[in-house]
Design a protein around this ligand. Structure first.
Ligand SMILES: Nc1ncnc2c1ncn2[C@@H]1O[C@H](COP(=O)(O)OP(=O)(O)OP(=O)(O)O)[C@@H](O)[C@H]1O
Length: 261
């Protein structure tokens, strides 16, 4: 499977007579199962807009988003259904992704039933437990009846990951999904995500403003600035031999922060 942005461009109409905003300009990336790709850039660089286009949540203004060569815009019903399960989103929990009134079991179970990933109650329960174990919320039975308010930030993020993988996706688009977490919790969730590339073969488009975060987990990094991908390379290339001045400045500012901390 292959999820591809081909010269994807998004222009928003300007608000109240303001000039149009060219949020993403001719961005091209390829995401595949088992591969961890990161998109890095400062606030306003267009990362979330690219993510929303990849997820089919907003249409492109120009270019294409394709799954296995089929543009989202031209998909028929069954292709769209396939797209909706095989490409999943994991967003930041503070964005209100978990309903505070639903237990963990219900939040995951409803998605499984909605997409008919299991039919009998016993099968649904088995699937919920399987994904909770995969995200290392163990024993699963201890988490089923808990509400989001009874979980830590890292645990809530794991529930969101469990809910996404319950649909057996091939690719997960994760937008700032660890940004709100403390450093040690963040590292644990990142290790989990990376581990899932091998354990269930899922691939990622991982979006972050925080370049060092991806050093240990990404295979490939794309650097975005003002709506454009200014540099792409393997993680090693980006960290050891950055070519674009902007990538260098991102790395240098992080070094300074390290020095202060
Ligand atoms: N619905 C919209 N209408 C108009 N402009 C928008 C809309 N959504 C985003 N933009 C603009 O597009 C540009 C890119 O925004 P985007 O949210 O994609 O950036 P980002 O890199 O994800 O930033 P952040 O990390 O702060 O979310 C910004 O200038 C933003 O103001």
């Amino acid at each position: 499977m292959r999820l591809e942005a081909i010269s994807a461009t998004k222009t928003f109409r300007g608000r109240r007579g303001a000039a149009p905003v060219n949020a993403v300009n001719a961005a091209s990336i390829v995401a595949e199962p088992g591969r961890f790709i990161a998109i890095v850039g400062e606030s306003g660089s267009g990362k979330s807009t690219l993510a929303r286009m990849l997820l089919g949540l907003i249409p492109v203004t120009e270019g294409h988003i394709e799954l296995d060569g089929v543009p989202i815009a031209t998909m028929n019903r069954s292709q769209r259904q396939h797209f909706r399960t095989s490409v999943q989103a994991v967003l930041q929990d503070p964005a209100g992704s978990l309903n505070p009134r639903k237990t963990v079991g219900r939040a995951i179970g409803e998605i499984i039933q909605l997409h008919r990933m299991a039919s009998t109650r016993a099968e649904v329960r088995e699937k919920i437990e399987e994904v909770l174990e995969l995200v290392r919320l163990t024993p699963a039975s201890a988490y089923l009846d808990r509400y989001p308010s009874e979980l830590s930030g890292g645990q809530r993020q794991r529930v969101l990951i469990a809910r996404a993988i319950a649909l057996d996706p091939r690719i997960i688009v994760a937008d700032e999904c660890v940004s709100a977490l403390d450093a040690s919790v963040k590292a644990g969730v990142l290790r989990l995500l990376r581990g899932l590339t091998e354990r269930i073969g899922v691939g990622y488009v991982f979006i972050t403003h925080d370049l060092p975060v991806v050093k240990k987990v990404a295979d490939e990094v794309h650097v975005m600035r003002h709506g454009e991908i200014v540099e792409s390379g393997t993680t090693e290339q980006i960290f050891n031999a950055p070519a674009h001045p902007y990538t260098k400045s991102l790395l240098e500012s992080e070094l300074t922060l390290d020095a202060i901390a």
